[in-house]
Design a protein around this ligand. Structure first.
Ligand code: ADP
Length: 504
């Protein structure tokens, strides 16, 4: 990848120029840590670079938080909790959450462009993320007063069972949906009455920092603290902090396990939203074009960088050839290019490291006997040479125990399996360590319901995919996680139960 300095003297390409112009307009003014309502440098005054995965150019330097900074943030959060936030009524918190949603919507275009610059996702998808982020705050604003308690009275006691916030929570998020993941974490934590220390991913810290700028006048100082930094520094410091009472993590299963182990040292409750390797099952009664569109969206949306991506296709033998031909044609029709261009369907991956990881899986798949029906490498287009692009890829002919079929690739790579025996197919569909999501495509609604129940996963779509409506719990079975987001249940992940037993 050529860096900005390599190309300094050369005339910028149209794409480079577009990205420079956008950066000049939308990069946040502050890229320090956001602690106690102020932007402050890291204690060690170090920074790290965040780059544009489309051009390879450095976007800006960001403060590199470490343990001492997380300590400061936790302290500021407790001060805010004890002195201010604990006294906010549910109605006041509702107004704060609604105002955050309003401000996100007011700045929607700018936030979408910023997300595209930092993450590489097509700007139309970034715009959907921004809308989704605003909706999170609106949804939790709507249920913030939902805090049912219980009472129990008998001849000897009159007891109340109430729900209280934890106080200060720690939240660690990934790079695939940076602003949306921040909203999935912040909205329920604040709604339940907590203060938070949030660590964005080192690849994509900018939208969370811009959000901090935007909400500075809405949220009392110290209620939201943002500490960018690396996983093994700032992330690890959040995961094993003595004064953090609840941890919520979204990311890989490997790191989720580490976070859970760290949490054990302080007996801290965890919510984990981890990896996936979701099956999508196509029945022979399905209209081929419908199946093609749904499967393509299930795997290629957000360049396959979705934990719920439908990455294993189980297509019935009777229509397999037609569906696979249709998918190859759909890939041919996709526009791979500059994510700031509205016409682009598939942008770059987030980083060179992620490209290499995906390419390693493709090489391994070939060694394991896989056949690429389309794709299999990087696009052969000089105009894309600076970017972190990987071709949309379909792999046929793999054994289901091959690494590419078992492990989360997190890229635009679909492994394909044909079936004719339902029980054997379901056994394979469930034969992975993950259980986040699944898809069923058929016009037979009874069959669809049966298959939805047979798939071991926390979220099943019938004749759609990726539709995550606030109010419907999202989270994983098996090693895909613990707890549910997006729903009323999420509020309870951010509260603890207290019994007050009054003797009569
Ligand atoms: P990916 O492998 O896709 O980058 P990760 O699971 O590594 O996803 O990252 C998700 C989030 O977890 C990021 O914010 C990252 O910095 C953080 N992280 C990585 N390693 C650790 C760790 N050891 N402890 C806490 N957080 C971590």
């Amino acid at each position: 990848m050529s860096s900005d300095s390599d190309t300094e003297m050369a005339e910028p390409t149209a794409v480079q120029q577009r990205h420079r112009d956008a950066a000049a307009e939308v990069l946040p003014a502050h890229t320090d840590l956001y602690i106690g309502g102020e932007f402050v440098p890291a204690a060690a005054t170090e920074t790290f670079e965040t780059t544009d995965p489309t051009t390879g150019a450095v976007l800006t330097d960001v403060a590199r938080g470490r343990r001492a900074d997380v300590d400061r943030a936790v302290e500021a959060a407790w001060e805010a909790f004890d002195e201010t936030w604990v006294d906010y009524s549910a109605g006041q918190r509702q107004r704060v959450l609604t105002a955050i949603a309003d401000t996100i919507e007011t700045h929607a275009d700018e936030l979408a462009q910023l997300e595209t610059l930092d993450n590489g996702k097509p700007v139309s998808e970034a715009a959907a993320d921004v809308q989704g982020a605003a909706e999170q705050f609106r949804y939790f604003a709507g249920i913030v007063r939902e805090n049912p308690g219980e009472t129990m009275t008998d001849s000897q006691r009159q007891a109340q069972v109430i729900k209280e916030p934890y106080g200060v929570v720690g939240q660690i998020i990934p790079w695939n949906f940076p602003l949306m993941m921040a909203s999935w974490k912040l909205a329920p934590a604040l709604a339940a009455g907590n203060c938070t220390v949030l660590k964005p991913a080192e690849q994509t810290p900018l939208s969370a920092l811009r959000l901090a700028e935007l909400i500075g006048d809405i949220v009392p100082d110290g209620v939201v603290n943002i500490v960018p930094g690396y996983g093994d520094e700032a992330g690890a410091a959040v995961a094993n902090h003595d004064d953090i009472r609840k941890l919520a993590f979204t990311g890989s299963t490997a790191v989720g396990k580490q976070v859970m182990k760290s949490a054990a040292d302080t007996v801290t409750d965890v919510t984990l939203e981890l990896g996936g390797k979701s099956p999508i099952v196509v029945f022979p009664d399905t209209d081929v074009q419908t199946a093609v569109s749904l499967v393509a969206a299930a795997i290629f949306y957000n360049t396959g960088e979705c934990c719920e991506a439908g990455s294993r296709l189980f297509v019935h033998e009777e229509i397999a050839d037609e569906v696979l031909d249709g998918l190859v044609a759909a890939v041919d029709d996709m526009t791979i290019g500059d994510p700031l261009d509205d016409a682009t369907d598939l942008g770059p991956k987030v980083s060179r490291a992620q490209v290499n990881r995906t390419l390693d899986y493709l090489k391994r798949a070939q060694k394991d006997g896989g056949e690429f029906l389309t794709g299999g490498g990087q696009p052969d287009d000089e105009a894309l040479a600076d970017g972190c692009y990987v071709e949309p890829t379909l792999i046929d002919g793999l054994s289901h125990d091959a690494a590419a079929a078992q492990e989360e690739i997190f890229g635009p790579v679909l492994t394909v399996f044909r079936w004719d025996d339902y029980d054997e197919m379901i056994e394979l569909a469930n034969d992975v360590e993950y259980g986040l999501a699944g898809g069923v495509i058929t016009e037979d609604i009874s069959q669809a319901n049966k298959t939805a129940r047979d798939i071991e996963a926390g979220y099943i779509w019938i004749n759609s995919y990726h539709d995550l409506a606030p109010g419907l719990p999202f989270g994983g079975y098996k090693q895909s996680g613990i707890g549910r987001e997006l729903s009323a249940e999420t509020l309870d992940h951010y509260r603890q139960t207290k019994t007050i037993n009054l003797s009569l």
